[in-house]
Design a protein around this ligand. Structure first.
Ligand SMILES: Cc1ncc(COP(=O)(O)O)c(C=O)c1O
Length: 494
């Protein structure tokens, strides 16, 4: 671990109370008159059971004393959450079974009341729109910076947040995403320091950063930087099962009981205990082996990056040094490969990798491939990836693409809160050109760059309409459009 761990710390962290409770329960072979209906795996589909074995389903239980309740934990779940909080050095950790998506929604509801304003980057994950609508806040948008040489979108910087705080001193909270999908980590300590000096709450979407505290060569985590609330997808980089995330509370500005109530309101009353146990074990594994395992992952990623930059002339990976020169940091375990010079798009190469090389990426866009490495990644995975890229570099030659990563000015006027528009039935569809000056009643997000250019409650400008018409004519996918071609936009009828 990054922090020097005491003997008593390590002795406690060796435990996995929730896993142990489930294991003890499975061994009892109880006669089940509780949900779920498969009764300890007995009636699970044969084909699936042949593949997985039957034992695992004995862990798929419901709430009773022996295994505890996620909503009112007093036993093994309470202890497992305490160990999680201890591992990350925070006051309280909440286990989540609907990923960081539900954690993002919870952060909005916990930190803000209807009518509060919150500073937030336009390049945030789509779950934040749900948080904005549910909580009834006024979003103050920060336009993301784009680096045209790297074809890369950045998250909010310290300067941008300071500027927004100066202009909107009434803001209640600041919402930051760090690391981004590409592993770019913003200046969190500086941002947290600034916000706290001004009495503002800091919420961090650290979906891609649950591993950061476990290796000293990785950038600083939001929990170490002092964020009030921070949510991590333990399943993305560490070894929890999909949907397993954690919301960390470390605030003097938010009431922890309010967070507890909200997390409980948003989660199912039938959580999957396998997911919960995997959070308990992922924490133990990361504490015990994170430093070593991530040393290897970092080494493999850095070797891969170096090899690509030296030997594959049509591809390029930006480096940690390059990012640091720009004032941000990089989690090097996310290997972004720029492919614009291959003449193929990132989407095309992603598909070639899947079909011809049996390699599945997490993400690609027009310009880049993003290979996400995790605790289970190996050097040989990276070698297979590099060999495939080298092969593609030789096989496919095309003209360099001249796409420009651009977004129109998003310094638009928020006229209504997104929640009001969402709840209102007073909407109509207008032709794109006629929509100028109207209040948007939907979200429209062209891919790339994946940044919403129309948000409910915002006044639609001519620049945005022209941009959408241009994107649509180029067959760019626009998420949120309700017809084959984007010809109309939903607006509020005022
Ligand atoms: C930045 C960011 N935040 C939140 C999420 C949602 O996380 P989850 O899949 O754990 O719900 C994602 C998912 O990719 C993400 O990239």
């Amino acid at each position: 671990m990054v922090r020097k761990a005491s003997k008593s710390f390590m002795a406690r962290q060796l435990k996995a109370p929730l896993y142990d409770a489930l294991w003890a329960h499975a061994k009892r072979n109880v006669v089940s008159f509780h949900c779920p209906g498969h009764k300890n795996g007995r009636s699970i589909d044969k084909e699936l059971k042949n593949y997985t074995g039957e034992e695992i389903y004995k862990f798929d239980v419901t709430v009773f004393d022996e295994v505890d309740s996620l909503h009112d934990p007093v036993g093994p779940i309470k202890k497992a959450q305490e160990l999680m909080a201890q591992a990350y050095g925070v006051k309280y950790s909440f286990f989540l079974v609907n990923g960081t998506s539900v954690g993002n929604m919870a952060m909005f509801l916990a930190a803000c009341n209807p009518g509060d304003s919150i500073i937030i980057s336009r390049s945030s994950h789509k779950s934040i729109m749900a948080g904005i609508i549910m909580s009834g806040v006024w979003p103050i948008w920060i336009q993301p910076k784009i680096d045209q040489n790297l074809d890369l979108i950045f998250n909010s910087t310290y300067d941008q947040i300071k500027d927004a705080l100066d202009r909107y001193p009434e803001t209640k909270a600041v919402f930051v995403t760090s690391p981004t999908y590409n592993g770019v980590v913003t200046e969190l300590s500086k941002i947290v320091g600034l916000c706290h000096r001004r009495g503002k709450i800091v919420l961090v979407d650290e979906a891609h950063g649950a591993h950061l505290v476990f290796n000293k060569c990785l950038p600083e985590s939001a929990v170490t930087a002092g964020a009030d609330l921070c949510v991590q997808s333990t399943h993305k980089v560490l070894s929890a099962m999909s949907q397993g995330s954690v919301l960390h509370f470390n605030s003097n500005l938010i009431d922890c009981n309010r967070v507890k109530k909200i997390v409980s309101m948003l989660q199912t009353t039938s959580p999957n205990y396998l997911i919960l146990a995997s959070l308990d074990l992922a924490r133990r594994q990361a504490v015990l082996y994170g430093e070593k395992k991530f040393n290897k992952v970092i080494e493999a990623a850095e070797e891969g990056r170096l090899y690509i930059n030296k030997n594959i002339n049509s591809m390029k990976c930006f480096t940690r040094q390059e990012m640091q020169k720009l004032g941000v940091d990089l989690d090097v375990t996310k290997l972004t490969v720029n492919v614009t010079k291959t003449g193929l798009s990132g989407y095309e190469i992603e598909s070639i990798l899947a079909k011809e090389y049996n390699i599945q990426l997490d993400y690609a866009d027009l310009f880049n491939l993003v290979a996400i490495m995790g605790e289970g990644s190996t050097k040989s995975d990276v070698e297979i990836f590099i060999n495939a890229l080298e092969d593609i570099n030789k096989k496919y030659h095309g003209k360099q693409k001249n796409w420009i990563l651009k977004i129109p000015s998003l310094a638009t006027e928020m006229v209504m809160r997104p929640r009001e528009v969402f709840l209102s039935g007073d909407t109509k569809k207008l032709g794109l050109k006629k929509a100028v000056g109207h209040i948007a009643a939907q979200t429209l997000t062209p891919y790339p760059p994946g940044i919403p250019v129309v948000i409910p409650g915002e006044r639609i400008t001519k620049e945005i309409c022209d941009y959408l018409i241009d994107m649509s004519s180029k067959d760019i996918r626009i998420s949120g459009q309700e017809t084959e071609m984007l010809k109309t936009v939903k607006v509020f009828t005022n």
